[in-house]
Design a protein around this ligand. Structure first.
Ligand code: ZN
Length: 285
């Protein structure tokens, strides 16, 4: 938790809302607006909450917008592979530097979540009005604060195991369904300096983001994922650690110029490059 206000950005793709009357009726101002409302409700003055959607210029994820975000909340479904890779790279870099990321529901298959996890992030699913029960398995975790152990979502899409994610750094919630399946529904990960929380409820055909427990959990997650300062050490660079840098007083100062390589070293480097290029050419890719 931090004493500084959280700058939260709720990103919703806002596509179903344009074409599906059920979603329009449930979320007349868009799912992102309902999610943002829940965060404002529970965090009050501790947060400033903005929203952006896929339909905004630059999807609302310009460098400027991302730089002004401490915690990004993400809901996507039909646009998983439609956000430009350069924007996904931008989000990843910001997470590694310390931005929080709260990924909701079908966002499990978004490019940004898969990139951060490094696995398929696939799961079982069924849209059949299952009753879901969310169980707290880590009651002292800040994301579980004020949440009743074993609360019901009357109608939910089933997300079941096996969920192909890395073993979470912390597991906060699991879910069970009327169909018998179970699921790791609230998972924490650390990537670089960033904190990532995945929370599975939130299918667009059910009023889940109006449910108080769900709104509280998302707000708790925003607070947990927020870090007051982003990382000040440039991890995007590989540093050559020359003898004497410590005495010189700075680990991050630009390294002194390299010695001019000897003719032998230059020749070795050339041969090394030829070997690499030759092997690459053989792949036929
Ligand atoms: Zn869904």
């Amino acid at each position: 938790m931090s004493d500084r206000q959280v700058r939260a950005l709720v990103w919703g793709e806002n596509i179903h809302e344009q074409v599906d009357p059920v979603v329009q009726q449930m979320y007349p101002e868009g799912m992102h607006t309902a999610i943002a409302g829940g965060i404002r409700e529970y965090l009050g003055d501790a947060a400033t909450v903005r929203t952006a959607t896929f339909l905004d210029p630059g999807h609302g994820l310009t460098q400027e917008a991302v730089d002004a975000t401490d915690v990004l909340i993400w809901w996507s479904h039909t646009t998983q592979n439609d956000v430009h890779p350069a924007i996904v790279d931008r989000l990843q870099a910001r997470v590694l530097a310390g931005m929080g990321l709260v990924v909701l529901h079908s966002g499990h298959y978004s490019a940004i979540f898969r990139k951060l996890m490094g696995t398929h992030c696939t799961l079982r699913w069924r849209e059949a009005d299952d009753r879901e029960i969310i169980w707290t398995v880590n009651p002292s975790h800040p994301i579980a604060a004020g949440v009743k152990h074993g609360f019901v979502i009357p109608r939910s899409e089933m997300y079941g195991e096996i969920f192909d994610i890395p073993v979470p750094d912390e597991l906060v919630f699991i879910s069970s369904y009327s169909g018998g399946e179970v699921f790791r529904s609230g998972c924490c990960f650390r990537r670089g300096k960033g904190r990532v929380f995945y929370f599975s409820p939130g299918h667009e055909h059910f009023p889940i983001y109006h449910q108080p427990e769900i709104r509280r959990i998302i707000a708790n997650a925003v607070r947990w994922a927020h870090q007051s300062e982003l990382f000040d050490y440039d991890l995007a660079r590989i540093y050559q650690s020359r003898t004497g840098w410590f005495e010189a007083g700075s680990a991050t100062a630009p390294p002194p110029p390299l010695h001019r390589p000897s003719p032998e070293a230059s020749e070795q480097r050339q041969r090394l490059r030829q070997l690499i290029d030759g092997a690459k050419a053989q792949t036929g890719l």
